[in-house]
Design a protein around this ligand. Structure first.
Ligand code: GDD
Ligand code: MG
Length: 348
């Protein structure tokens, strides 16, 4: 058994964060995102992993290398241009001619993958798709099932009047290699729009797996990127491993860091500053009386005296001037520089 991670999308909805950092390796609680997926695979004993890349592949390869540092073996395929989700699977064909777990490269979950594989085998399925319940399925692939777990209908990005259930495609599949023969070579092809509807037409054994209480989130929008941090900081996610919340950093005696917050090595936090329910990446500087709340700040950003940051995401190497106010929903790209007293975002 091996795994393929689809990590070639451009991450447009996470811009500007993904301008210099491809979505698969954006930091989540100061750890590149893909490492959480690697953890999930390792927990199920899967160490043979292929990464399917297209956008900024070198940055990902440079970071993860051959995987030995993380106890796995990583191989890479890079499409000349994005070939769609099923096209990417087909493109990796030479490396995955066996039963394969496929992950969308932007979902964080504490799924019990072994249970999924076991059920796939018991049912002798050609494809198994993991489901997650969500409030509004319109941004996802809606999946209707029969009582025995067979998929009845798959509808990608349903319109409001097409929403019949709240169960969606969680972006995790177990696929038999014979499915590769149903996908054209050298053409763009989609699991969601092409292969899955095709499996249903052909009446293939295509099943859904509904996990017991499982955390699941697609990190691909700023709101959800922030949400996953709040969930992890609040310890509401089961089997997800976090790095130490406190690195080696310099905290003034009269500064405050609450228990939830995560502060990486090399940060300097000056007197009167407050860090609440937030993550600071390596080497950040927070000046006197600055207050950072419910926010994620990437490495080497400097936040000057009396600034207020609440509910924002701030990229790498930014300069946030004195008394700047940054409110909910603000997303600042790497190296943003805000002049003293700037007001940005929704600051009520
Ligand atoms: N290699 C490669 N090539 N990867 C791709 C390509 C491609 O052409 N297109 C997309 N991907 C990768 C993305 O990097 C991402 O990790 C994953 O495939 C899914 O793409 P998204 O663009 O994030 O899709 P989505 O979130 O709108 O919808 C998908 O995920 C939902 C769950 O999060 C669909 O699979 C939905 O059905 C599903 O509910
Ligand atoms: Mg996505």
């Amino acid at each position: 058994m091996q795994a393929l991670i689809l990590a070639g999308g451009k991450g447009t909805r996470l811009r500007p964060l993904t301008v210099y950092t491809p979505k698969p390796i954006v930091p989540i609680c100061n750890r590149p995102f893909l490492l959480y997926q690697i953890d999930t695979l390792r927990r199920a004993g899967i160490t043979n992993i292929t990464l399917s890349l297209s956008y900024q592949p070198f940055k990902i390869e440079q970071l993860l290398g051959d995987g030995s540092e993380y106890g796995v073996k990583i191989k890479y395929t890079t499409e000349p241009q994005p070939m769609g989700t099923a096209g990417a699977y087909k493109f990796a064909e030479e490396l995955i001619r066996e039963r394969t777990v496929v992950f969308n490269g932007d979902i964080l979950t504490d799924l019990d993958l072994e249970a999924v594989i076991k059920q796939h085998e018991e049912r002798k399925a050609a494809a198994t798709i993991v489901l997650a319940p969500v409030e509004n399925p319109s941004a996802y692939g809606l999946v209707e099932t029969e009582a025995d777990g067979r998929v009845r209908r798959f509808l990608e990005k349903p319109k409001p009047d097409e929403i019949s259930v709240n169960t969606i495609n969680a972006g995790t599949y177990v696929l038999e290699p014979r499915l590769l023969d149903l996908i054209p070579t050298n053409e763009s092809h989609s699991f969601e729009y092409d292969l899955f509807p095709n499996l249903l037409e052909r009446n293939e054994p295509f099943y859904a797996h509904v996990p017991d209480k499982t955390y699941w989130i697609d990190i691909g929008t700023p709101a959800r990127y922030l949400q996953v941090h709040h969930d992890l900081l609040a310890d509401t996610v089961g089997h997800v491993r976090l790095i130490e919340r406190r690195g080696d950093f310099d905290l003034a005696t009269s500064a405050e860091v609450d228990d939830r917050s995560m502060i990486a090595d090399g940060c300097i936090i000056k007197p009167g500053a407050q860090i609440i329910n937030s993550v600071l990446g390596q080497g950040c500087y927070v000046d006197e009386r600055a207050r950072i709340e419910n926010s994620v700040v990437w490495a080497h950003t400097r936040i000057y005296a009396d600034a207020r940051v609440d509910g924002a995401i701030i990229g790498r190497g930014c300069h946030i001037g004195r008394a700047v106010v940054i409110g909910h929903g603000a997303v600042l790209g790497d190296k943003t520089s805000l002049t003293d007293y700037t007001k940005a975002g929704n600051n009520q």
